[in-house]
Design a protein around this ligand. Structure first.
Ligand code: NDP
Length: 253
């Protein structure tokens, strides 16, 4: 074994939500290229197929599956199917998320509920469904994708920011509960990353945002994927209950 093997995910089974696009796709691909078997989720059959096609092209072991993370019965069924296939995940990346920008006064109750269910309740459903298997194996990694706005807030995103702050408390509690079973739980908090989620932001706001980033560039999904591989691998085995900020310096804890 060489020092570099500490960064390998050989022998791991990774379940990554929202692997069809953006940050989740990048994490899924890098995990696969680091030798993990990867199950990536999308909300549609076309999205799931596109994940499978991408994996095939990159010679990654794994496939895409359809899952709406906000529906606990779907989550439980997926994990049941994985168990039947001897594919219970040793790594869970809760990445799927939505943002529905709106000023506080205008947030509709149904939008509040949608954001809470997709970004937060989903993490409870997913974690609850897989943690028993990890405890039995006495090995596991849970990585939740938060956001810098969970720490600093954001105009027009009170519901989204609330879910991302809540993830940090959830993650720390899990870390306390299951640390003795060889399971780590951490949050990665991205800053401003170029994906579909941020492409609608207007130029004026983009420029104002850029001024706050000491490294003078927006993040790339790969920046998040590299941090995730580190936490998931043996190299990150003594890190738990932490929030790792990957944001070019726009916020320093
Ligand atoms: P994208 O909008 O590019 O992709 C979102 C992903 O989540 C897609 O794969 C989408 O699947 C999936 N998804 C959405 N709703 C559901 C659902 N109900 N069930 C299952 N999957 C769902 O987002 P990003 O890649 O930008 O964001 C990924 C994560 O990173 C999110 O949690 C986001 O909050 C966080 N983040 C992003 C930042 C950024 O600047 N981009 C900054 C900070 C945090 P489908 O393709 O099927 O719709």
């Amino acid at each position: 074994m060489t020092e570099l093997d500490n960064y390998s995910l050989k022998g791991e089974i990774s379940l990554i939500t929202g692997a069809s696009r953006g940050i989740g796709a990048s994490i899924a691909d890098l995990f696969g290229q680091s030798n993990s078997l990867v199950i990536g989720t999308a909300t549609t059959p076309e999205g799931a197929q596109s994940i499978s096609d991408r994996f095939k092209k990159l010679q990654i072991r794994g496939r895409g599956i359809v899952l709406d993370v906000s529906k606990s019965e779907q989550v439980n069924q997926i994990v049941k199917d994985l168990k039947a296939n001897n594919e219970l995940p040793s790594i869970l990346v809760n990445n799927a998320g939505i943002s529905m920008e709106s000023l506080m006064m205008r947030i509709k109750e149904e939008d509040w509920n949608k954001v809470i269910n997709t970004n937060l309740s989903s993490v409870f459903f997913m974690t609850k469904a897989v943690i028993g298997g990890m405890m039995k194996k006495r090995h596991g990694r849970i990585i939740n994708i938060g956001s810098v706005v969970g720490s600093i807030g954001a105009v027009g995103n009170a519901h989204y920011s609330a879910t991302k702050s809540a993830l940090e408390g959830f993650t720390k509690s899990i870390a306390l509960e299951v640390g003795s079973r060889g399971i780590t739980a951490n949050t990665i908090s991205p800053g401003y990353i170029t994906t579909d989620m941020t492409k609608g932001i207007n130029e004026e706001l983009n420029q104002a945002m850029m001024k706050k980033i000491p490294l003078d560039r927006f993040g790339d999904p790969q920046d998040i994927a590299k941090a995730a591989v580190f936490l998931a691998s043996n190299a990150g085995s003594y890190i738990t209950g932490q929030t790792i900020h990957v944001n070019g310096g726009m916020y320093m804890e």
